[in-house]
Design a protein. Structure first.
Length: 78
């Protein structure tokens, strides 16, 4: 596993991270690791969703699509 050094963090940022770490019953290092992992995995999930959406949209390329606004209005009028 790699190491990371972050320099010149504002003292308020460090204090807030320490507060969150304590609240989550983690060390400061574990809290930062957790936050970085969440951030990266969140972006990966979004990228994966967008890729799958594009593939799905490609399966109906050339097929006429009904405006969803019309479908919603029809459903409400029932």
């Amino acid at each position: 596993m790699g190491n990371l050094t972050v320099r010149n963090l504002d003292d308020r940022v460090i204090a807030e991270l320490k507060r969150e770490a304590k609240q989550n019953e983690r060390s400061l290092e574990a809290e930062i690791r957790h936050l970085l992992t969440l951030r990266v995995s969140s972006r990966l999930r979004v990228a994966d969703f967008l890729e799958r959406s594009e593939r799905l949209a490609g399966t109906t390329a050339g097929t006429g699509q009904t405006d969803s606004t019309l479908l919603l209005r029809e459903d409400r009028d029932r």
